[in-house]
Design a protein around this ligand. Structure first.
Ligand SMILES: [Mn+2]
Length: 323
């Protein structure tokens, strides 16, 4: 895998941090996805090869679709803050604030190395060690980092990293997929893991209830052909989104931007934005305090659903009409 010289130097600078660590705390962004959790589990696996004991902390309980990942019971919604961690690792976090309850980590800032390993182009470059490159996924990044640091990719780690890459690239379909992504995937598959089995596990194991949610989402879909925009929404009480609705909606021909609004039972509305063309959607997300990538971004806002839809769609239509 080819990483820039600057990144390579930043990775090599992690060697003394690793050597000086006995206990590590690893954390990821709020509402963690497969890239976040898969990468955290892989990183804990790598560190254990150097005799390091890791705590993986994500305050949000894991969504059911993540629970098949090997080692997932290691992920804790709480951690013992009286433990004197030697280093704090942030994976897949564009900023420190992206971590749910990040305030709990502030006591370590300036006292212990803070390491920022991420792939978001809007990364705020926080921490003492900034290992950031625009690349498909943290999963892909860790394959390159493992090579530099001589970590061994076991089949278990490979499963976590393959899942991470496959998730963030939409099964190697999105525009973030490069030749290097396939190189990394090939490295992982050579450990003996099966893309077919993992594909079934990740993308063809949707509980029947998920189809009811999809059915509702499709029945509420609105298309604005002149703007090349499509969106839909799921009201409170719909149940867990065990199927990624936005991945279906984006299949629509002629849609440059698609949006899914989902009102959670606590009244919070989650907005998923995707772009298939040149429209940059994270600028719209930033406007509302969200973030993400140029072509895949998210916003979390207090409800109600209708109000959020009106304001986000207004902003988005302005962006689209300005083209
Ligand atoms: Mn990611």
């Amino acid at each position: 895998m080819r990483l820039s010289d600057k990144t390579r130097k930043a990775v090599e600078a992690l060697l003394p941090v690793i050597a000086g660590t006995r206990r590590a705390l690893i954390t990821v962004h709020r509402d963690p996805d497969t890239d976040a959790i898969g990468s955290a589990l892989a990183w804990a696996g790598f560190l254990s090869q150097r005799g390091i004991e890791s705590t993986i902390w994500a305050a949000d309980p894991l969504e059911p679709y993540l629970r098949w990942l090997p080692g997932v019971p290691r992920v804790q919604t709480d951690f013992d803050s009286s433990v004197d961690y030697d280093s704090i690792w942030f994976l897949d976090c564009a900023s420190m604030e992206r971590v749910r309850q990040y305030e709990r980590l502030l006591p370590w800032v300036g006292k212990r190395p803070i390491i920022n390993i991420d792939h978001h182009e809007d990364n705020s470059r926080f921490g003492d060690h900034i290992v950031v490159e625009t690349i498909s996924s943290v999963g892909e990044f860790l394959v390159g980092i493992a090579e530099i640091l001589n970590f061994q990719i076991t089949p278990e780690i490979a499963t976590c990293l393959y899942a991470a890459i496959s998730f963030d690239t939409g099964r190697f379909l999105y525009s973030n997929t490069t030749a290097h992504t396939f190189d990394a995937a090939a490295t992982l598959v050579r450990t003996g893991i099966s893309p077919g089995e993992l594909g079934t596990q990740m993308f063809e194991s949707v509980p029947a209830a998920g189809f009811a949610v999809l059915n509702l989402a499709l029945s509420r879909m609105v298309i604005e052909p002149e703007r090349r925009l499509a969106y839909t929404s799921l009201p409170k009480g719909t149940g867990p989104e065990s199927i990624k609705v936005v991945d279906f909606v984006r299949q629509l021909e002629g849609a440059d931007v698609v949006v899914v609004f989902r009102e959670q039972d606590d009244g919070i509305v989650r907005v998923n934005l995707r772009s298939k063309g040149d429209v940059v959607v994270n600028t719209v997300a930033h406007y509302f305090g969200g973030g993400g990538h140029a072509k895949a971004a998210g916003i979390t806002l207090p409800g109600p659903l209708d109000t959020v839809m009106v304001s986000v769609l207004a902003r988005l239509r302005e962006t689209l009409d300005a083209r």
